[in-house]
Design a protein around this ligand. Structure first.
Ligand SMILES: [Ca+2]
Ligand SMILES: [Ca+2]
Ligand SMILES: [Ca+2]
Length: 217
């Protein structure tokens, strides 16, 4: 038989401080789990955007090497005789119209889920090769649903306006974007071809998390 104890001891239950400590530790563990989960999700989104850009690069390669073109798509709609009533998103709209153009029958039909029309513009012809599609001047987007920026090398000196589907907090939905220039050497990446830039998870162009078709240095 165990002797009966006299009076309460530490083993009789948890003190308030112990309970608070357990709650604090559980809270910390949950926070760590959430942070870890969102880091994983973000890495997955970045990888998916990278894969999207790689697919586009393959299509641009096919376009560039065809006898009819002999170079990457332009980034000005007038160059491919497409009428537009604004210049917002013009680089990536020109890329879309070039790849989806009926004159490029081997071209790949872009997944509808990759497209947006944040500036709501239309032209006289439908450039989407799926029948029945409207005449939207679509943009090709990143995994966060924002239009990519696309620059033909002849436009590296000038800026483009990209209208985001969802602006970062405190930011204007319209962003002015320029082709990437090395901070070390001042030279443009891909000086004789093109640049594709996603604003990345922070939805702001020109920051370190941007996803591109070239190495930034
Ligand atoms: Ca436009
Ligand atoms: Ca548009
Ligand atoms: Ca960014």
């Amino acid at each position: 038989m165990h002797p009966r104890r006299n009076g309460p001891s530490d083993e009789d239950g948890f003190t308030l401080i112990e309970i608070l400590a357990v709650i604090a530790i559980l809270g910390l563990l949950m926070t760590l789990a959430i942070v870890n989960f969102s880091k994983h999700r973000q890495a997955g989104e970045v990888a998916a955007t990278r894969a999207r850009i790689l697919t586009l690069a393959n299509e641009i390669q096919k376009y560039s090497t065809s006898a009819a073109h002999g170079g990457p798509p332009f980034d000005k709609l007038a160059k491919i005789n497409v009428h537009a009533n604004n210049t917002v998103n013009e680089g990536v709209e020109t890329l879309f119209c070039s790849i989806e153009n009926k004159d490029n029958p081997e071209g790949w039909i872009i997944d509808e889920k990759w497209l947006s029309n944040t500036d709501g513009d239309v032209t006289s012809t439908s450039y989407h090769r799926i029948a029945g599609f409207k005449n939207d001047l679509f943009e090709i987007t990143d995994t966060w649903g924002n239009p990519l920026a696309y620059f033909h090398y002849t436009s590296y000196g000038s800026s483009q306006t990209v209208q985001m589907a969802e602006a970062a907090e405190g930011e204007d939905p319209e962003q002015s974007v320029k082709a990437y220039q090395s901070k070390k050497t001042g030279t443009y990446a891909n000086p004789d071809s093109y640049q594709i830039i996603s604003a990345g998870p922070d939805r702001i162009f020109g920051t370190d998390d941007d996803v591109t078709n070239f190495d930034r240095e």
